[in-house]
Design a protein around this ligand. Structure first.
Ligand SMILES: C[S@@+](CC[C@H](N)C(=O)[O-])C[C@H]1O[C@@H](n2cnc3c(N)ncnc32)[C@H](O)[C@@H]1O
Length: 226
């Protein structure tokens, strides 16, 4: 059994075919170790890249233990709000215990069927969660993110960029499994465009993240995209 399997749910989750994280504290330790001390800076950068502004209403899909959710809370300030959604009850409960920012809330839910009205958020972020979804579910989740964003609202998707060198890739496969080691992060931008977004930017955040920035067009798609 590898590290990824240890952290994931022991059996099928009743609400999703996605790979859910069951062991919140173990995930936090792995996150700290795998980012080699660069996690605070990397996630601060993601919050900047999201374009969230004071007063914005933000949704964090696949929020896990809330690491990005809390950084988004700083970006939106006391007049904004951030909702973190994840199917795993243990990570949601952990995130609630860890969070002091009153503008953060957490709910159990799945990215492929968001329990939120159309056009109800200014910004949607999601980090390291798309590769947890089965391939056929990824477009569904992205269309949901489009639906819940207001026209002109911003999307930031960040996900794992597998290492380019073969030995490090083998190490990733041995520790976290083949889904991460062979993840085709380059497909992300096309998936986001196909869901109806306008892609505005892309890049890497060291050590492991690729990000894509996009907006929901002012006209068209939205609720019809479901
Ligand atoms: C690697 S963790 C990332 C957590 C957090 N975003 C971060 O950057 O630390 C992936 C998360 O996606 C969640 N997940 C799995 N299936 C999901 C689904 N269908 N919808 C939303 N999140 C899902 C997992 O439970 C897990 O917490």
């Amino acid at each position: 059994m590898n590290l990824g399997q240890l952290l994931q749910h022991g059996g099928p989750h009743p609400d999703t075919d996605g790979l859910t994280i069951e062991h919140a504290r173990g995930y936090e330790v792995c996150g700290a170790v795998c980012f080699g001390g660069m996690r605070p800076r990397a996630y601060k950068r993601l919050a900047e890249l999201s374009g969230a502004r004071p007063g914005d209403k933000v949704l964090d899909v696949g929020c896990g233990t809330g690491y990005l959710t809390r950084r988004m809370a700083k970006a939106v300030g006391p007049d904004g709000s951030v909702l973190g959604v994840d199917p795993s009850i243990p990570v949601i409960e952990y995130a609630r215990r860890k969070t002091q920012e009153p503008q953060c809330a957490y709910e159990a839910g799945v990215g492929e069927a968001l329990d939120a009205p159309d056009a109800s958020f200014d910004v949607v972020v999601t980090c390291l969660a798309v590769h947890h979804l089965p391939e056929e579910v990824r477009p569904v989740a992205l269309r949901e993110m489009l639906r819940v964003l207001r026209p002109g609202g911003r999307l930031l998707v960040a996900d794992f960029r597998p290492p380019r060198t073969r030995p490090v890739r083998h190490l990733v496969a041995a520790t976290t499994g083949h889904v991460m080691a062979n993840y085709q992060v380059d497909l992300l931008e096309g998936l986001i465009a196909d869901a109806g977004f306008e892609v505005r930017g892309r890049g890497d955040v060291r050590p492991w993240l690729r990000y894509v920035q996009a907006v929901r067009p002012e006209k068209g798609s939205g609720s019809q995209a479901r």
